[in-house]
Design a protein around this ligand. Structure first.
Ligand code: NAD
Length: 361
């Protein structure tokens, strides 16, 4: 039996190419891994009539760890987002997005080293929405007007924002535990509690309560989300680990990815008590499908997170160093990491992975 069984979901669009690159680089570290390749996304719809087949979920439940390529979400009707379904089905409540600058990546900033911890299951993303004009929406509006003594326009659509004490506490605890394990100094809770006194107020209250337990070990502060955006643009070096409810977390994750030079180098992980799914922040870039053009760095850095999660610190560091060194040299990198995106010397996905493997060996 292998030391590790890992579910590999190549996904669609550029997913299969970058997943293959990640698998080859991780295998080059000499770990004893059995990869269970599972389908999700476009290919799965054609074969199983669902973008997230039961057997894929069962494989993650069994192995507890998955590496996943991006999956296209069809706009409008049809199937729901596989990514949202996965997070819900496995209760992957923490979305972890470390954002650090690597030398050689074009960015307006240097020395960024931020970690975004986003709550993944609640807030306005809970999917409780009421469409304009429907009977239920009218009933809800009438009830809300009665209960709140405030008027709501009849042609409104309504989205509900649930934030629970349990949900807030477990995500803040996750952020502090991450900070402790990774020698970070400070956790900043981000909210809009001055306006949303009950939902964001509860998040802040939960954060303060959890922070007390870590007093003397990890610093704690809070910021209002709009101010946080300005501060991150003006002095990102003042921040360390940020913990946020779902919607602010989604937005600030992209802001932080922008600070480090874009989605091409932004890794991610969705972690719960029972399982963890590691995936790049970027999407399936369908226009580059099958062209051996996409940058594999984000899924490779997600693999680094996965190795750390498995307790393989040394190998994680080795892989991260190899990726960083190839990017810094700037020779065997994909088009988007070249100074000039039309540089004919840019290499393909496969060749960039080969260069990383040569550094590992
Ligand atoms: P995208 O991230 O796929 O692309 C945004 C831009 O970045 C494009 O110009 C693309 O070419 C470029 N890009 C992205 N990844 C790259 C890489 N590895 N190398 C080089 N260039 C890269 O975002 P989008 O176009 O908004 O979304 C495309 C599809 O992906 C949508 O269906 C969306 O729902 C889905 N998506 C999936 C996930 C996921 O599976 N976790 C995340 C985000 C978006």
């Amino acid at each position: 039996m292998s030391k590790y069984n890992i579910t590999l979901i190549p996904g669609d669009g550029i997913g299969p190419e970058i997943s293959d690159a990640a698998k080859r680089c991780v295998d080059a570290l000499g770990l004893d891994i059995t990869w269970e390749v599972m389908e999700a996304g476009q290919g799965a719809i054609e074969k199983y009539n669902t973008p997230l087949p039961r057997r894929t979920l069962d494989s993650i439940r069994k192995n507890k760890v998955a590496l996943k390529g991006p999956i296209t979400t069809p706009v409008g009707g049809g199937f729901r987002s596989v990514n949202v379904e996965l997070r819900k089905a496995l209760d992957l409540y923490a979305c972890l997005r470390p954002c650090r600058t690597y030398k050689g990546v074009r960015s307006r900033y240097e020395n960024i080293d931020l970690v975004i911890v986003r709550e993944n299951t609640e807030d306005l993303y809970a999917g409780i929405e009421f469409e304009k004009g429907l009977k239920d929406t009218k009933v809800l509006i009438a009830m809300l007007e009665k209960l709140s003594a405030k008027s709501i326009r009849a042609d409104s659509a309504i989205s509900i924002k649930p934030i629970s004490s349990e949900g807030a506490k477990r995500i803040v605890k996750f952020a502090f535990e991450y900070a402790l394990k990774n020698n970070r100094k400070k956790v900043t809770a981000v909210h809009k509690a001055n306006i949303m006194k009950y939902t964001d107020g509860l998040f802040l209250e939960a954060a303060r309560e959890i922070a007390e337990y870590y007093e003397g070990r990890i610093l704690f502060e809070d910021r209002i989300v709009d101010n946080m955006c300005m501060q991150l643009v003006q002095k990102p070096e003042d921040y360390d680990v940020l913990v946020l409810p779902n919607l602010y977390g989604d937005i600030i994750s992209d802001l932080a990815a922008g600070l480090i030079g874009g989605l091409g180098v932004a890794p991610g992980a969705n972690i719960g008590e029972e399982a963890a799914v590691f995936e790049p922040t970027h999407g399936s870039a369908p226009q580059y499908k099958g062209m051996n053009k996409a940058n594999p760095a984000a899924i490779l850095l997600s693999s680094v997170l996965m190795l750390k999660y498995l307790g393989e610190e040394k190998r994680a560091l080795k892989l991260e160093k190899a990726i960083a060194s190839v990017i810094e040299e700037g020779k065997s990198v994909t088009y988007d990491l070249k100074k000039d995106r039309n540089d004919p010397a840019a290499v393909g996905t496969r060749e960039m992975a080969d260069a990383i493997i040569r550094k590992i060996k």
